[in-house]
Design a protein around this ligand. Structure first.
Ligand code: HEC
Length: 194
């Protein structure tokens, strides 16, 4: 028997087995009591008095706050569209190029020459030639004609980047351009006098 343990040995013995009364460190015991008190407080606060939000409610709240921030950013962007100029910052354009390659080229062609969607490199525009006209179309889409509504999918900053990028495609004359679609002869327009 190790002598140093002797004072901790209790004096009962059963079948040669003796009990070692190894005292727990004080700090450990206080931590243990503390955690019991904390559990009682926690239970009372969240489950008895229902004074705080549980995880699901907290998640809902955070998501709502996030939605509000997003909505505010979008409204600000929409309000500023008419004053925006296309960026020529290489970083913005590089981001726009990447977005165009993944999101837009399947319909507008890798060089913007047009496929299902119209040619973005020529001088003919269905919805107007101005930068802001492009921004409006990208934001709101043309659901009836197959142009995606990008707000809600792309962030305002991304919409601005991709619009700035397609602005650089104007006049680039890529091979196999899609012919302009708004060059309908005027007589096919329904006349209000007939
Ligand atoms: C699912 C196919 C599709 C995708 C993807 C798509 N577009 Fe379009 N887009 C169209 C169609 C179709 C039109 C023509 C709408 C019309 O006839 O009014 C159009 C029109 C446009 C116009 C207006 C052209 C004009 O002549 O006024 C712009 C600008 C445009 N798209 C930009 C984009 C950008 C930027 C993206 C990527 C973020 C994109 N599009 C992704 C199909 C698409």
């Amino acid at each position: 028997m190790n002598d140093s343990l002797e004072p901790l040995l209790l004096d009962h013995e059963i079948d040669g087995i003796r009990e070692l009364d190894n005292k727990l460190p004080r700090w450990w015991v206080w931590l243990f009591y503390g955690s019991i008190l904390f559990a009682i407080g926690y239970l009372a606060f969240y489950h008895v008095f229902r004074a705080g939000d549980l995880m699901a409610a907290e998640y809902e709240k955070e998501m709502k706050k996030g939605q509000e921030i997003k909505q505010r950013a979008l409204s600000q962007f929409e309000a500023s569209i008419d004053t925006l100029q296309p960026s020529n910052d290489p970083e913005v354009l590089a981001r726009g190029r990447q977005i165009f390659a993944t999101m837009c080229s399947p319909c507008h062609g890798p060089q913007g020459q047009g496929l299902v969607g119209p040619n973005l490199t020529d001088d003919y525009w269905i919805h107007g030639p101005l930068f802001k006209d492009n921004l409006h179309v990208i934001l709101n889409g043309v659901p009836a004609k197959g142009m995606v509504t990008w707000k809600g999918i792309l962030k305002p900053r991304e919409i601005y980047s991709v619009a700035s990028f397609i602005y650089t495609l104007r006049g680039t004359h890529p091979p196999n351009p899609k012919p302009p679609e708004n060059l309908q002869p005027a007589k096919t327009e329904p006349s209000p006098y007939e």
